[in-house]
Design a protein. Sequence first.
Length: 281
Amino acid sequence: MPLETLPERVAPSTPQLSARSFERVTTLFREVSGIKLTQAKHALVVTRLAKLAHESGEVDLDRYVESLFTGGLPDEEVTRVIDRLTTNETYFFREPEHFRHFADVLERHPERPWRVWSGASSSGEEIYSLAMLMADRLGLDSHPWGIVGTDLSTAMVGQARRALYSQGRTQGIPPAYLKRYCLKGTGEYEGQLLVDRRLRQRAHFETLNLMQALPAAFGPFDAIWLRNVLIYFEHEAKVAIVRRVISALAPQGLLYTGHSESLANLGLPIRSIAPAVYVRA
C-alpha cells in the first residue's frame, strides 16, 4: 500500500469534565474526607474518574458524574470514587529520621507493651516498617506489642492486609530486615514480596475517617504516626484532626508528623521534642 493511502493515526481524545461536574465531585470528596481539591488537581481528578467511568461502561465523564448523584450507579460507586481520589504516596521506611528516633525510644523503654497507631496507613508500608523495627527491638515471642493502621480508602486497607508488594517498592528496607521479615515470591508471585506472617499478625487494619469521631475505646496509644496527611487539610480541619488524634494518645505518648507539617502555635496540648516529633503534655 502506498504511504499516501495509509489512514492517518488519530490521537486518542482527552476525557472532558465540565466545571460543574468537577465542582460536584470535589465538593463531595471534601464533605467526606475534609480534603479540598483545587482546580490545580483538575487533571488528576479527570484521570482517576476516567478509569472509574470506563470500568462502569460509561465514556462520558459528565454523564458518569450525573449518575453518581442521581442514583444511576450503585451506592458503592461513591466509595470507589473516594478511594480513587485519595492520594496514597508511600514507601518503606519513609523519612528514616523518625524510625531512628523511635528505635532509640524503644531501646530506652523495652518493657512497655507498645501500642502504635498509623492514622493514614495507606497500602501498609509504614505499618510494616514499624513492625520490622519493633520486632527487631522488642522481639516476636512474648512481648505484647501491636500496631493499628487506619485509612480512609477501603482499597488501601485491603491492600495493606494482603501485605504483598512488588520488589521495586521495597528498596528502603534494610537488607537484614529484608532477609529476616520478608518472603520472596516465586512462580505466579515472581517479582513480589510478602511480609512475614508473624508481623502480619501484629498489625490490624481498618477504615477510618479522620474527620469523624474516633470509635469508642479507640486507644490509648503509646505512639501515633500521622505523617504527610495534614498538608491536605485546611487550617480548621487540621486543628480538629490533631485534637481528635491527641485524645487517643497516652500521657507522655509520642506523635510523629511529616517534616513539612508544623503544629507550632496551634494551641495544642503537645510539645516538640525533635523535628516533627511531639509528646503529649
